[in-house]
Design a protein around this ligand. Structure first.
Ligand SMILES: Cc1cc2nc3c(=O)[nH]c(=O)nc-3n(C[C@H](O)[C@H](O)[C@H](O)COP(=O)(O)OP(=O)(O)OC[C@H]3O[C@@H](n4cnc5c(N)ncnc54)[C@H](O)[C@@H]3O)c2cc1C
Length: 500
């Protein structure tokens, strides 16, 4: 079986690494960039600061991923305790906001508690029945938390109103709170910080988060073709055409490029209009990453911070230089001369961003939110700005319906779209999930093992088609309360040329 992989990001690298591990060497990875890592790559700017494409922390739900990290990194990593905060109403509230509302001004804390009690004690509807994320927020958190934090913060991150989003992605991503815990935290003045799967995280000692993926890529020397953009895919003849004029025939194609672009701009041959229309309706947001390097000792031990207020454009800022002592021009390991702030702002048609002004707006936002002291902008020695068109795969209300149409159609043609924008499932779109999507896809192709992470269940319908339905993936990072459905055996090998 000749396997072609599009993209040397975590998904493609996971697939390629697994192929070699299983002794299958008839494959190639096509990567349009001149480096590996995709969105998990890191960059060193001219001044010597290292930047990620948005603050990347590593926390894993998989033994396989942990073992691979150990194999590649040895002891060249740091272990950091999460210190994350919310900047709101001119104060710092520990993350998660909803568990720590006692830090708010009294009136706002009262509004949050009152809303929570109304929502949960009057319970008009089971939140699991919520039609969209907006309704879920109101049913679970109530009016106060929704108005002060959940709605403004989520709009800044997603760049779409919560009414346009489903609620399937929630799980470990949003801490759900009950009235008793909220009351206890407020009345007994208890802190509540430890929630979540990422309260301790690993980070490469040198080279940013991308160092891990560079090392995997190096172990695949000779199998990755860099600077090789895929221009078109003849799905009927099973041939990939590259922009440099070369061709790569395949028996199976694993693609980590964005699913909408794959279907609407890259496939040639007949594509039913309903498939093209469905894939073209997937929503995403772009991201502006602005790194600010400052010649001063770091004033804080914080890791990352969330910003719901409208006095700054960004939704999140990371003290990236706190992750490792080798993130700044000072490579002595002392980390006492410089520090770095990585600021993330989302953009979509619902939330435009002025590309020319975003750097200055970011610096002003850092000043307005107290991260830069008055006059400190004079000590900025480096600015790094990167815009990525595909930053967050929006879990829109229609998303699962779209995926259950498009993914099986592609698989019936031996195209396996996987990864953050290949599968478009934010709930399984971190680096551990995406790398494992690549690994599991290979296990399925070569050994017939069902995939666990993508959470798509295949059933053979009466007419023999492989129909997809959505279930919560078995792995953590995806489910509200582990409402699992047994993953059934996928139809392996996939039927070629049949309607999916
Ligand atoms: C702002 C932000 C913050 C994040 N924070 C975290 C975090 O804290 N922790 C975490 O674990 N994960 C985080 N992630 C997620 C992580 O970056 C992704 O899980 C991971 O990069 C996805 O890997 P992928 O291979 O699926 O896709 P990508 O990384 O997008 O890789 C796809 C690759 O395909 C290539 N490609 C695309 N089109 C073509 C073409 N036509 N021809 C050839 N090559 C092509 C691209 O150049 C790219 O290299 C974050 C992501 C973002 C955007």
């Amino acid at each position: 079986m000749r396997i072609v992989i599009i993209g040397a990001g975590p998904t493609g690298l996971g697939a390629a690494y697994r192929l070699r591990e299983l002794g299958h060497e008839d494959f190639v990875v096509l990567e349009k960039a001149s480096h590996a890592g995709g969105l998990a790559a890191s960059f060193v700017d001219d001044a010597g600061f290292t930047w990620d494409v948005g603050g990347h922390v590593m926390f894993s739900h998989y033994d396989y991923y942990d073992r691979l990290f150990e194999t590649m990194m040895g002891d060249a990593f740091t272990l950091n305790d999460r210190e994350s905060w919310v900047r709101i109403m001119d104060r710092w509230v520990p993350y998660p906001f909803q568990n720590n509302i006692r830090y708010l001004p009294k009136q706002a804390a009262y509004e949050c508690l009152r809303g929570l009690m109304h929502a949960q004690l009057r319970r008009e509807k089971d939140p699991r029945e919520a039609r969209h994320f907006g309704e879920f927020i109101d049913l679970v958190f109530g009016e106060g938390i929704a108005r002060h934090f959940m709605r403004p913060y989520n709009f800044k991150v997603w760049a779409y109103p919560p009414e346009m989003m489903n609620k399937t992605w929630i799980g470990e991503r949003v801490a759900v709170l009950d009235v008793d815990r909220a009351l206890r935290n407020v009345i007994l003045e208890e802190d509540d910080f430890g929630w979540g799967p990422n309260n301790r995280f690993k980070y490469p000692l040198k080279g940013g988060t991308g160092a891990f993926y560079e090392r995997i890529a190096r172990s695949l020397d000779g199998f990755i073709r860099y600077d090789t953009a895929v221009a078109s895919i003849d799905h009927e003849r099973h041939i990939v055409h590259c922009a440099d004029g070369t061709q790569e025939p395949y028996d199976a194609l694993i693609s980590a490029m964005p699913l909408d672009l794959l279907v609407t701009r890259t496939l040639t041959g007949s594509v039913p209009p309903e498939i093209a229309q469905a894939a073209g309706s997937l929503l995403h947001s772009a991201g502006h990453m602005v790194g600010v390097g400052i010649r001063r000792p770091c004033p804080s031990t914080k890791c990352w911070m969330y910003f719901p207020d409208d006095n700054c454009p960004f939704y999140r800022v990371t003290y990236l230089s706190n992750y490792s002592p080798y993130m700044t021009p000072d490579q002595s390991g002392r980390n006492d001369q410089y520090y770095s702030l990585l600021c993330e702002t989302s953009e979509s048609p619902c939330k435009p961003v002025d590309h020319e002004a975003i750097v200055e707006d970011t610096i002003r936002g850092l000043e307005a939110s107290g991260l830069l002291e008055p006059g400190e902008r004079n000590d900025i020695v480096s600015i790094w700005h990167k815009r990525v068109e595909y930053s967050y795969p929006t879990p829109s209300v229609e998303r699962d319906q779209i995926l259950s149409t498009v993914i099986p159609w592609l698989e019936a043609r031996d195209i396996y779209s996987r990864g953050r924008f290949g599968m478009w499932k934010y709930e399984v779109a971190n680096t551990d999930h995406t790398l494992m999507q690549g690994v599991e896809c290979v296990d399925r192709l070569l050994e017939g093992t069902p995939e666990q992470t993508i959470g798509i269940v295949y059933r053979t319908t009466a007419d023999g088609r492989g129909a997809a339905e959505h279930a919560r993936p078995k792995v953590a990072g995806s489910g509200e309360k582990r409402l699992q459905v047994e993953t059934r055996q996928p139809p392996t090998p996939v039927m070629r040329g049949r309607e999916g």
